[in-house]
Structure formats: C-alpha cells, structure tokens
Design a protein around this ligand. Structure first.
Ligand SMILES: [Zn+2]
Length: 130
C-alpha cells in the first residue's frame, strides 16, 4: 500500500484492502494496488479501475477473505477525509488515506462513512510505519 502510494506520487494511488473481521476488528492481509482510471488530473482525484476491482473481489474469494475497504493517497496533502472522499465512498467499508510528501508516506488514517454519506468517523489504524 505504502509502496504503491510512493510509486504513484505525485498522482493519487488507489487500491483495495482484503482481509478478515473478528470481534469488531478488521485485519487487512493484502493490499491490492489498482490502476487509477480517473480521466483527468490525477493529483487530487482517483477512480478505481473497475477491472481491477473485479479482480480484487475474485482474489478475496479465492483466499476465503473479504473486501474490507479501500485506500488512496493524498499527494502533498494531509491524511484527512475530504468532501469528495465522502461523496465517493460507500458506507460500511474502511477507507485508508495516506499523506505522501516528497514521495514518502508520512501519515495514514482510516475512515468509515455513515449510511447517508454525510459524515465520516475515524477508525483506529495500526500500520507498520517504517
Ligand atoms: Zn481523498
């Protein structure tokens, strides 16, 4: 996930988190890097390539896991959930946002969107900082 964010810099990266859930905790075992299919300036927008999304869903079934959520990066911006993010993310899923500055991921936070897509709540994120 971090590598993908750094490689895509200064554009936004995107991908899908696959894993399992137990006792209210989600554990991502695999981060699937996806192509950013947004047809415009990709430094502050992304759109997951639908082919990659289908492939990730298939992969999760093969591994008997589930899609936990999505990740994307904010090049030269903080790890926050923007109004655009709110509009473009489904409820239920966990969404990791990484801040990338000078090609280095410096921060990451995770958000979950409410059912009306009007507000997001931060979730605790434990990730291996290097
Ligand atoms: Zn965003």
């Amino acid at each position: 996930m971090v590598e993908h964010a750094q490689n895509c810099y200064p554009n936004e990266c995107c991908g899908i988190l696959i894993g399992s859930e137990a006792d209210g905790k989600r554990h991502a075992t695999l981060a699937v890097a996806c192509r950013n299919a947004y047809e415009g300036e990709q430094k502050d927008r992304f759109e997951i390539d639908p082919r990659d999304q289908i492939a990730a869903e298939r992969k999760s079934r093969e591994l008997s896991l589930g899609v936990l959520g999505f990740f994307h990066s904010h090049p030269d911006e903080g790890a926050y959930f923007s109004q655009t993010d709110l509009k473009n993310h489904w409820p239920f899923y966990s969404n990791v946002v990484m801040s990338v500055r000078a090609r280095v991921v410096s921060d990451a936070k995770c958000f979950r969107v409410d059912v009306d897509q009007t507000a997001s709540e931060e979730e605790e994120l434990i990730w291996p900082k290097s």
